[in-house]
Design a protein around this ligand. Structure first.
Ligand code: FAD
Length: 265
């Protein structure tokens, strides 16, 4: 059984954005890494590696659509335990909406011969949360969304728990499946020192989307949703007042008096 984790590289959580004429740019104050693996995808990578460790998966690949700038995130996934890596170059894919992105992912997944595909429940930049189900649809596979535990894999079936607002649902489905994961599923590991060394030298298979035999439209002009405008959220001017006092109890009492006077409590 081959398992694939799909990752997207997204801005770092602490990134500060600016929007200029509809173009978004970002940076991390203090010079940290501006891009990271989409946080939800770390859970997908961790679970993929655990399928090899605990459920006998034969190979654990990481798959992404992105430019060569994404290779740092791919190497993080390898350092966490992925044993193969494919990057579909984004040059011909840029301008796809979620459906075009899903069609390209589906073609790459078919080419890899995977049976279980793991994705995050959403990407923190595009934030549509639609890629997993659209990819499943493009493949004609079963989507299992919001999965919080993989209980059993065997005999051509997989049993998972899905996190619902009102509880937990256990479902069994026939393979192949596309799974989207929630953060309850695991605690992603930190890459080991040996893993980081191995990842530095690992080969990344770079594929051109045009060679995948993608069924349907993708790339420039194919998106059904037009990003007509993007604006930064309104900023509010804030006044900060530091309360000082002789002891924490005294400071808390002054704070409580102020909150009562302002009718906040
Ligand atoms: C330059 C640029 C222009 C764009 N223009 C448009 C536009 O005009 N109209 C429009 O509709 N969209 C546009 N997009 C959005 C782009 O198509 C989305 O990023 C894509 O549809 C994925 O949706 P999402 O980010 O909401 O991911 P979600 O659906 O929220 O992601 C869920 C999961 O899917 C997987 N996934 C998502 N993306 C990838 C990926 N690239 N590789 C591997 N796995 C992935 C990850 O596991 C992720 O956790 C543009 C993007 C770029 C970079």
């Amino acid at each position: 059984m081959k398992v694939l984790a799909c990752i997207k590289q997204t801005p770092a959580t602490e990134a500060v954005y600016s929007v200029d004429n509809g173009a978004v740019s970002w940076d991390v104050p203090g010079g940290g890494k501006p891009n990271v693996i989409n946080p939800w995808d770390e859970y997908a990578v961790e679970e993929a590696v655990r399928l090899k460790e605990n459920h006998g998966a034969s190979e654990v690949g990481v798959l992404t659509i992105g430019s060569d700038a994404v290779e740092e995130s791919i190497r993080t996934a390898i350092a966490m335990g992925c044993t193969a890596a494919t990057r579909v170059d984004s040059a011909a894919v840029d301008g796809s909406g979620a459906a075009g992105t899903a069609r390209v992912l589906a073609a790459a997944i078919k080419a890899e011969g995977a049976e279980v595909v793991l994705m995050g429940k959403q990407a923190i930049d595009g934030d549509t949360g639609t890629t997993p189900v659209m990819t499943a649809r493009a493949l004609g596979w079963t989507p299992l969304t919001f999965v919080s535990a993989i209980k059993e894999v065997g005999g051509g079936n997989i049993t998972v728990e899905r996190k619902l607002e009102a509880g937990t649902q256990t479902v069994t489905a026939k393979l192949p499946v596309v799974i989207s994961v929630v953060s309850e599923i695991n605690e992603p590991r930190y890459p080991s020192f040996m893993g980081i060394r191995k990842a530095k030298k690992a080969a990344i298979n770079v594929v051109d989307a045009g060679s995948l035999g993608v069924e349907g439209a993708f790339g420039a002009g194919s998106a059904k949703v037009d990003w007509a405008s993007i604006t930064a959220p309104e900023t509010k001017a804030l006044e900060t007042e530091m309360i000082s006092g002789g002891s924490p109890a005294e400071i808390a009492a002054i704070l409580a008096d102020k909150l009562i006077a302002d009718q906040i409590i």
